[in-house]
Design a protein around this ligand. Sequence first.
Ligand code: UFG
Length: 364
Amino acid sequence: MRQVDLHTPEHPLILVTGGMGYIGSHTVVELLQSGYQVIIVDNLSNSTVKVLDGIEKITGIRPYFENVDCLDYVALDKIFIKYIGIQAVIHFAARKAVGESVEKPLLYYRNNIASLINILELMPRHDVKHIVFSSSCTVYGQPKPEDLPVNEQAPIQPATSPYGNTKQINEEIINDTVHANIGINAIMLRYFNPIGAHPSAEIGELPIGVPNNLLPFVSQTAIGLRGELKIFGNDYNTPDGTCIRDYINVVDLAKAHVVALQRMLSDKMEEKVEVFNLGTGRGLSVMEIVKTFEQVNNVKVPYKIVGRREGDIEQVWADPTKANTVLGWKAQETVENTLQSVWRWEQKLKIKREQQIEESKLSE
Ligand code: UFG
């Protein structure tokens, strides 16, 4: 099925950069299911075009897709011209691997910062007034004990990686641009640790190579792709010695974008830039995650305790009160269900890999 026609006020047209990625694709699903029309702009640097099939299977709608790099100002300009009437931009497109950003800082600074600048320059040229920006709890660094759980007033700490720095700089760029009164307003969403997959297992996280994040590593270990999980340190000042994070279900996170968009499009914003923490309000340790994953999925996750990972924060979890009250959004999914969705997705990926092997044998 194609999308409905353009130019219908009941179905506002939303440009989603990075819409083929992990959080982006889940957000596209929620947008389509809420009646929005979506144009995805993505250069497929960390995703595949097959994500579109997953989105279509869930929603019955194939969103518009343009294989364009947000660094390409001219190509982006053409998108705004081609799809007249874009109402808002949700800007996900960014590189996100902390370790890689330390090795290749310029790649991160160029990509994450110049992309945003292109978008912000093009928006007023095409009369687009609203932007939702993907930020991160990384801006808080390690909050002081009295600041936990962290709310939006907690001090911003010096970034510990070029990736984290790009998020901070982007927040500053957005603040300065909005306050220059060029007719733009912005909602910046600070994500805690997104995990899980769509309950249909049609879309999920697609780590390329060895996963950096905890959950893909846990599920790949459980399915036998990795020998054992390395737990980075059990000598932290936490109840079981492992680090604590606020793990938020990716579908819950995606829904927050729809609510933020509705707030902007219905002119309900109280300030021209609003910031919201998106988390559950509950901190869980690495060990609790591993044990719960094993228990709810009835699988084993072989693990070994190793030394601390450089740059890791000991503990951080969100005070999501502002998002709960102002946006009217609240994380709904239990961690048990979320961890089951991770496992369903990992099993689906295994089936896909096996099918690919069969197909390549047949074509030999
Ligand atoms: N961990 C392990 N073993 C692994 C992977 C992770 O023990 O193989 C632990 C980490 O040490 C950490 C926890 O699991 O304690 C979560 O690690 P992730 O890499 O999944 O997530 P982080 O909290 O380190 O990183 C997230 C985002 C980043 C963001 C950062 C800010 O993925 O984009 O939060 O703190 F920059």
